[in-house]
Design a protein around this ligand. Structure first.
Ligand SMILES: C[S@@+](CC[C@H](N)C(=O)[O-])C[C@H]1O[C@@H](n2cnc3c(N)ncnc32)[C@H](O)[C@@H]1O
Length: 256
């Protein structure tokens, strides 16, 4: 008999159980990290980007050349990062396999408009910009709370890049920063990993991709937002374990 069962209604008994299931537990889920089993939902956690690609884009062409391209970009980025006094903690970065996933997705799907939230030193940003440059088409709009973000970018990379500075908790500021960006093909969330903010950004991403697109999110284990969002919209959730945390990726269908 648990603590709740010993209490009078509405805390204990059958009504109490319903109350806990439908009121207390959903409320508590807003503040905690996601349970790994719930995140995986019986599916395997991939540890290689190419296994996520196989799920998202089953008809994809051979990846060997794209892996080589990424390895070169990432090797050079690693050298740059080692030689540079980081402004943001290095632990903020997307890990290597997550970065590889971004590179492969951009090269394979050739997005015209990419949005990224959360730049920090710019590890994911540099990778996205290189993949777009190699495609010869496509723009990246990134958001962060300070224009000190993106210190790793070279002058050349900065030239074709748009950085929007937002207030960390201003929900309408997110819309304003993305005004004029209405046909997004790939949206990467890597900003504030609270439940509320992740839900807000995932919904914003879906609204900006009415013709369909790809939603990628770092730190999907930080809250229940990814699990709820993908379940409620009937999306297949693909999860990559990058050695430290989980990256989620899902195809958003076109809205009719
Ligand atoms: C995890 S780091 C991003 C790491 C980056 N993607 C990389 O791979 O190097 C999170 C960043 O989000 C920024 N941030 C925090 N709240 C934000 C918000 N509401 N909107 C946009 N960026 C935010 C922080 O300033 C920080 O630079």
């Amino acid at each position: 008999v648990g603590l709740f069962d010993a209490l009078p209604a509405p805390f204990g008994g059958r009504i109490g159980a319903l109350w806990r299931a439908h009121v207390v537990n959903p409320a508590l889920r807003r503040y905690g990290a996601a349970d790994t089993e719930a995140l995986l939902g019986g599916r395997p956690a991939h540890s290689a980007a190419q296994d996520v690609i196989a799920q998202l884009l089953p008809e994809h062409p051979p990846l060997a050349t794209l892996h080589e391209e990424f390895d070169e970009v990432d090797r050079e980025l690693g050298e740059r990062a080692r030689a540079w006094p980081a402004v943001f903690p290095e632990s903020y970065r997307m890990e290597r396999e997550g970065r590889r996933l971004l590179y492969l997705l951009v090269r394979l799907t050739r997005p015209r408009q990419v949005v990224e939230t959360g730049v920090a030193n710019g590890m994911s940003t540099v990778v996205l910009l290189h993949a777009l440059a190699k495609n010869g088409i496509g723009r990246l709009r990134s958001l962060d709370v300070t224009d000190a973000a993106g210190g790793l970018l070279s002058d050349d990379e900065r030239a074709g890049w748009e950085l929007g500075v937002v207030h960390p908790t201003d929900r309408s500021g997110l819309d304003r920063a993305l005004a004029g960006v209405d046909a997004v093909d790939l949206f990467l969330h890597d900003s504030k990993h609270s439940y509320e903010w992740q839900r807000l950004e995932y919904s914003t991403a879906a609204r900006l991709m009415p013709h369909g697109g790809l939603l990628v999110s770092d730190d999907v284990d930080a809250s229940y937002a990814w699990i709820e969002f993908t379940e409620q919209r009937g999306l297949a959730s693909n999860v990559l374990f990058d050695g430290r945390k989980f990256v989620g990726a899902a195809v958003l269908p076109a809205l009719r």
